[in-house]
Design a protein around this ligand. Structure first.
Ligand SMILES: *[C@@H]1O[C@H](CO)[C@@H](O)[C@H](O)[C@H]1NC(C)=O
Ligand SMILES: *[C@@H]1O[C@H](CO)[C@@H](O)[C@H](O)[C@H]1NC(C)=O
Ligand SMILES: *[C@@H]1O[C@H](CO)[C@@H](O)[C@H](O)[C@H]1NC(C)=O
Ligand SMILES: CC(=O)N[C@H]1CO[C@H](CO)[C@@H](O)[C@@H]1O
Length: 942
């Protein structure tokens, strides 16, 4: 939600949306531009001052004879001829070829914050694994009086040598694959480091600027300036991706004003920015400082581990031929993309991620920050939300309307108005007289409730949560030792200091069934406003000079604050039952690592056509950086979508990993049945499509939790050598099997240039039509239709019976959908477990692999981890033995078959197959009598 002032809020509830948007657009000046931030301005100007000069002019070099190289790490002292400062450089060689580069003062006069590794890295700082490479070697050479050290430290998945080159004077670091440079640090000379110095009296020499001002706010910066920056270049590539969250296209635009692109750097600083922008590098609610580069040759990345405010400029080498020429003559490889990273505080800490394939990059990144935790099964169903469902009767009525209209859904949500005066963990009993009964009614239909619980705590001595936290001293404090008081939804509020482990545990405990009165195990949580949003604070957030528990300045950790709240909430839900259950918590703020705690969404968007395509590019970007479980408000948060727009938004939302409709308090009610026909039927069809696909989605979530592979994927992830896919973000992949292009425009113009990017067969999921790539085509787009193609070579599971919720589908049989490749082959998988506990971690799951070749389909259990508990596996297997395949569709064969031979336990039997006469190559095997848990094969016979 957006932070209006109370007055504005009251006006907004009575005035038109046009007024709200007008009021909002004024607010853009509430947020800093690069020139308003002294360190961003400093480093940009520094970059400008050295651009065009020889890199030799850089004042930073390696102190002679300071370099020490071991198979674990390289260390050296960087010295500056500008101010004589000495910096310590460490480059550690980690597993899978990752290099971690850290820079900070050699002999600090004042210690720096050492970085958020303990919160962000999946196993903390101690969990990082060093590389072990037995052909490790170092070549030191000297040229023009400058030494360089070439360290061969590993090999990549294609067998190429990975090398790190340290040039001493000027200092630069280059990662190479054989002899090709793939990532370069300080090759442009933008490296610039402000060392921490004690405050001196101005009369004693250099003038130090400590305080910083923005509008009416003062940041005291008691430790003074301490920022740092460097350029990181990706040679031979023309596209960069990642560094969310921004309302911008998938392929990052350059930021220094070239070619009509952005003129501000991408900003990473978690903020409640409510200007309804649809194309901007402005900061938003989440930050993931992970940048990916891709070319037809390789994929690489840089993970910049800083939780302080960070700005990133993106430029393309000026000498380079424009994109259009690249496309024509295929010289994309000659381009260089540059990034310029500027952070306010902490340690310079960059992980260079070598790839070389997209898959390698995702798993290397996941080895650092972890993968998406497997969600509860219901959480990938449809979520119905608005600000607000008015009362208990409203909730029950909406629930029964879904029944009446036979639309499946899993979760209904309550926004802030469900509380007693915005005091979280309480209920407004006048509106929700029996919350437990309400949750039980939903439970009876296999459905859940989600309540919003925000981090601001109302300062009210009659509020037990406030009293308890005050007495225990858990709130964030001002410099005078008093509890910080800021303004948010309830008025005067305080915020718990999650950096205090005891306080963080206390937050988790508030979600116990005992503490959270009238909550049941059927209740789940939504964390909003956790950037944190503070209406009375600078840029609507917390002052940077606030000091947290343990002496940590907020400046150092701003971007992980929301994640710590998300984590505490998730832990609270996990621990509220004797048998631990997977939590479901949606968060607005996020950072690298948040995927371990739950879902996120793109924030408060508007019911405008431009926000539909934007949501796909933002969600694809999130998926590239490991934030797989993300979605956008279906229908748009502000305003009133037309029935056509809302229909299109559902058709889009079903293909995003998190699927929730949401609306502002002033938006007209827009539950699907209110639209009438034909919209109601189209929306019902879309939501049903989501439910048919749940087994495939759940399998993708499982695979993402193992490998870090995105769930929804930009086209280039699946077709990495097809340059024409690199900037595409409106046509995308759901796993490897489905290629979709939702319609995001009004009117009935045909969809242009749907691409079939490979020499492969592609099958229209709705029409009995297939096409062979490489080609692209225009398609008509009547309102009921979206473009969904299965890619030849894939097998995916569905459940075809219409039910009211995912829980109601638990005992339904499966259908297998097999789409043969151009060579007549296909592969796929099906994952299932109990959908709610952690038994799967001990082997309580089924993971089938399907392969089809030579007209024979086989089902086999995937290899299981060696330490898996067999008894847990056997127990789960028996519990799902009754689940069978009721249908197997085989599409794309050249022949018409007359029967199939089924082999199971060494016994062969015959069964039927029917192939459509109309279109050769679409055959169906009905009820072959096979369970999901058994090994079997089916041979098609003429
Ligand atoms: C700065 O000046 C004040 C008063 O003039 C003096 O007390 C203080 O010690 C000085 N600080 C330093 C770091 O020299
Ligand atoms: C819990 O619900 C009951 C009604 O079932 C109500 O009387 C009671 O006040 C509620 N308690 C709290 C703390 O909300
Ligand atoms: C494919 O099937 C044919 C006939 O059933 C057999 O001769 C051939 O060896 C099989 N090829 C493979 C690779 O299994
Ligand atoms: C997905 C999407 O459209 N997100 C936008 C929603 O609106 C907010 C502002 O209201 C934008 O910042 C988001 O980018």
């Amino acid at each position: 939600m957006i932070p209006f002032s109370n007055k504005l809020l009251r006006l907004a509830t009575t005035c038109s949306v046009a007024f709200i948007l007008l009021a909002l657009s004024v607010k853009q000046e509430d947020f800093k531009k690069c020139v308003d931030s002294s360190f961003c301005k400093l480093h940009r100007e520094y970059a400008d001052s050295v651009t065009g000069k020889q890199i030799k002019s850089s004042p930073y070099s390696i102190l002679p004879d300071s370099t020490i190289i071991t198979p674990k790490e390289l260390t050296a002292t960087i010295t500056s001829s500008k101010d004589g400062s000495n910096l310590k450089l460490t480059a550690s060689f980690l597993k899978d070829g990752i290099v971690r580069m850290r820079v900070q003062e050699l002999n600090p006069e004042i210690p720096r914050y050492q970085g958020p590794g303990e919160y962000v890295l999946v196993n903390g700082e101690k969990g990082l694994i060093s590389s072990s490479y037995d052909q490790f070697k170092v070549d030191t050479s000297s040229k023009d009086g400058s030494k360089s050290h070439l360290v061969t430290y590993n090999q990549n998945s294609k067998g190429a040598d990975l090398k790190l080159l340290l040039a001493e004077n000027p200092f630069s670091l280059t990662l190479l694959e054989n002899d090709d440079p793939i990532i370069k640090v300080n090759s442009l000379g933008f490296f610039n480091f402000e060392t921490l110095k004690p405050k001196t009296n101005s009369s004693e020499g250099v003038e130090q600027v400590f305080e910083e001002h923005f509008k009416t706010w003062t940041d005291k910066r008691p430790r003074g300036p301490q920022s740092f920056a460097t350029d990181i270049t990706f040679p031979g590539c023309s596209h960069l991706y990642g560094i969310p969250s921004h309302a911008s296209p998938l392929s990052l635009k350059t930021t220094r004003g070239e070619d009509g692109m952005y003129s501000e750097p991408y900003r990473l600083y978690n903020l409640d920015v409510f200007e309804h922008l649809d194309d901007s590098p402005m900061a938003l609610y989440g930050s993931v400082p992970f940048l990916l580069s891709h070319s037809a040759k390789r994929t690489t990345g840089v993970f910049w581990l800083s939780s302080s405010e960070t700005w990133v400029d993106i430029t393309r080498d000026k000498s380079v031929v424009p994109e259009i020429v690249n496309k024509l003559v295929g010289t994309a490889d000659k381009t260089n993309m540059n990034s310029h990273w500027m952070s306010e505080s902490g340690v310079m800490d960059a992980f260079l991620i070598p790839g070389p394939t997209p898959k390698d990059v995702f798993s290397q990144y996941a080895s650092l920050v972890g993968t998406t935790d497997l969600p509860r099964e219901f959480a990938i169903g449809y979520h119905q939300c608005r600000w607000n469902y008015l009362d208990q009767k409203d909730v029950v009525t909406v629930n029964s309307k879904f029944e009446e209209h036979k639309i499946p859904y899993d979760v209904i949500w309550l926004d802030i108005e469900h509380t007693d005066g915005k005091k979280y963990y309480t209920w407004d009993i006048s509106k929700y007289p029996d919350p437990v009964e309400m949750q039980n009614i939903l439970a009876k239909h296999g459905r859940k409730l989600v309540n919003v619980v925000d981090p601001h705590i109302k300062r009210d001595n009659d509020y037990y949560v406030y009293k308890d936290a005050t007495e225990k001293g858990y709130f964030i404090k001002n410099s005078d030792g008093k509890d910080f008081n800021g303004w948010c939804w309830p008025g005067d509020s305080s915020w718990v200091d999650y950096f205090n482990p005891e306080a963080s545990k206390w937050v988790a405990d508030q979600f116990s069934l005992e503490n959270y009165k009238n909550s049941t195990t059927n209740l789940f949580i939504w964390n909003d406003m956790n950037e944190p949003a503070i209406f009375s604070g600078p840029e609507i957030t917390l002052n940077k000079d606030i000091v947290h528990y343990g002496g940590i300045e907020h400046r150092d950790v701003h971007n992980i604050f929301g994640m710590l709240y998300h984590k505490a909430t998730a832990e609270g839900l996990i621990n509220r039952e004797p048998i631990k259950k997977r939590p479901f918590v949606l968060s607005r703020a996020y950072f690298a690592g948040s995927q371990r705690y739950g879902a996120i969404w793109t924030g408060d968007n508007a019911s405008e056509w431009s926000h539909l395509p934007l949501s796909s590019s933002m969600i694809l970007t999130n998926n590239l950086v490991g934030m797989h479980f993300s979605g956008a408000d279906v229908g748009g948060f502000f305003g009133n979508p037309s029935p056509t727009m809302l229909t299109r938004w559902y058709q889009l939302g079903i293909w995003h990993p998190f699927f929730r409709a949401h609306a502002h308090i002033d938006s007209k009610r827009r539950e699907p049945w209110l639209l009438g026909e034909p919209y109601l039927s189209h929306i019902r069809d879309s939501i049903r499509m989501r439910y048919r696909m749940l087994p495939y989605w759940y399998t993708l979530f499982h695979e993402a939790s193992i490998s870090g592979m995105p769930i929804v994927r930009p086209m280039w992830v699946e077709f990495p050598e097809t340059t024409s896919t690199f900037a595409v973000d409106q046509q995308f992949m759901v796993g490897s099997a489905l290629m979709v292009a939702p319609i995001t425009e009004d009117g009935d113009a045909p969809y242009k240039n749907f691409m079939f990017p490979e020499q492969q067969t592609f099958y229209d999921l709705f029409e009995e039509m297939s096409l062979v790539g490489i080609t692209s085509r225009d398609f008509p787009t009547p309102l009921g239709e979206t473009l969904v193609f299965a890619v030849g070579g894939n097998i995916f599971p569905t459940r075809e019976r219409h039910r009211r919720s995912s829980e109601a589908m638990k005992n339904d049989p499966y259908t297998l959908n097999l789409f043969a490749s151009i060579k007549g082959k296909a592969t796929g998988s099906l994952y299932l477990d109990d959908g709610e506990t952690y038994n799967y971690k001990n082997g309580g799951y089924i993971y089938r692999k399907f392969t089809f070749q030579n007209a024979t389909l086989t089902s086999a259990e995937a290899e299981r981890p060696k330490d898996a508990d067999n008894s847990m596996y056997e127990k789960f297997k028996e519990s799902v033995r009754h689940l069978r395949f009721e249908r197997i569709h085989v599409v794309g064969m050249r022949n018409s078959y007359s029967k199939v031979i089924i082999t199971q336990n060494g016994v062969e039997r015959e069964s039927e197959i029917t192939c459509t006469k109309k279109r050769k190559g679409r055959c169906t095997i009905r009820d072959p009598g096979l369970s999901v848990v058994d090994d079997w094969s089916i041979r098609l016979s003429l």
